[in-house]
Design a protein around this ligand. Structure first.
Ligand code: 13P
Ligand code: SF4
Length: 302
């Protein structure tokens, strides 16, 4: 049932011509009032194509920045300004500049989980759902992949012919799970199908039956036969997968897979920014134009 706060949000959204986007890791109440729930790539694509004047991005700051980079004339609101991504902070624009100065033959692929400044210094962006395609299509003597060591390592393993250096960043939520944790869970569910996000450690990826982005995992669950599925990504996807697959047993790989930043956004935050127009994200135009080049190059890879 729609409560008072939810109906106020829906009313304000209509009145102001806003659209609400939520990442799969958001809390259920926030996902329930969103126009679109998706992974990073879907959020970037749909926000870029949207006709709304105001985009409310329920996720972490790099997602709102990405929307602003793609749609500079729109107002982009991040309901909770404290929602950041620790992995995105593990590489700086200066780090990327220095690496390029040291090797002019280097092309830089940046995971979308990065700041606008890092994107501005990179040749092309990628998300967890298209990283392999982006790297395979890139013409470069050598590649530097920033900031995620696990996604970078995963891509590098699939493209042995490419020379890829990988930055040492990581996602605290995914990197925390070790192979012993996987062994413990899989011993409890020996016939389960294991699906994991590529931000997990390589030894965890080696165990998996399927590696993919949040949306790829959710989509795959709809088509596989297995009765028990173990999910190795942030807990937020579990309610969606359970709802869509009522006859199946859906298990979270490890209880520690919670991203505190993705849980910061509340319905009250969404209501407040819609009502007051606060928390608008701005990106310096110089940086935005360059970062746009990296994101646009990614969006052209199909
Ligand atoms: P997706 O690209 O799967 O949406 O992942 C984003 C993210 O932050 C994962 O931790
Ligand atoms: Fe960043 Fe990890 Fe949270 Fe994704 S789950 S937003 S990579 S800290």
């Amino acid at each position: 049932m729609v409560n008072e706060l939810e109906s106020e949000i829906l009313r304000l959204k209509q009145e102001k011509g806003a659209m609400i986007f939520a990442h799969h890791y958001q809390i259920d109440e926030v996902k329930a009032i969103a126009d679109h729930v998706g992974d990073s790539l879907e959020m970037a694509r749909i926000a870029a194509d949207s006709e709304a004047d105001i985009l409310v991005i329920c996720g972490v700051s790099f997602m709102a920045e990405t929307a602003k980079i793609l749609s500079p004339s729109k107002t982009v609101l991040l309901p909770n300004l404290g929602a950041g991504c620790p992995m995105a902070d593990m590489v700086t624009a200066d780090d990327v500049r220095k690496a390029k100065e040291a090797d002019p033959g280097l092309k830089v692929v940046c995971y979308v989980n990065s700041s606008a400044e890092v994107k501005a210094e990179s040749d092309i962006c990628c998300t967890s759902s298209n990283a392999l395609k982006v790297v395979s299509n890139l013409e470069a003597e050598r590649i530097l992949f920033v900031p995620d060591q696990n996604l970078g390592g995963y891509v590098s393993k699939q493209c042995p012919e490419r020379e890829i250096a990988v930055w040492r960043g990581f996602c605290p939520t995914h990197h925390r799970v070790e192979s012993l944790d996987v062994a413990r869970t899989m011993a409890k569910y020996p016939n389960a199908y294991l699906m994991v996000h590529p931000e997990c450690r390589p030894e965890v990826l080696d165990y998996a039956d399927f590696v993919g982005s949040t949306s790829q995992i959710i989509n795959r669950c709809r088509t596989i036969e297995a009765q028990t599925i173990v999910i190795g990504t942030e807990v937020g996807v579990i309610s969606t997968i359970r709802r869509e697959n009522p006859g199946k047993e859906i298990v979270l790989l490890d209880d520690v897979m919670v991203c505190p930043n993705m849980k910061k956004t509340t319905l009250e935050d969404v209501y407040r920014v819609l009502r007051d127009g606060t928390n608008a994200i701005e990106v310096d135009e110089n940086i935005r134009e360059k970062a746009f080049g990296a994101i646009d190059a990614m969006l052209k890879v199909r």
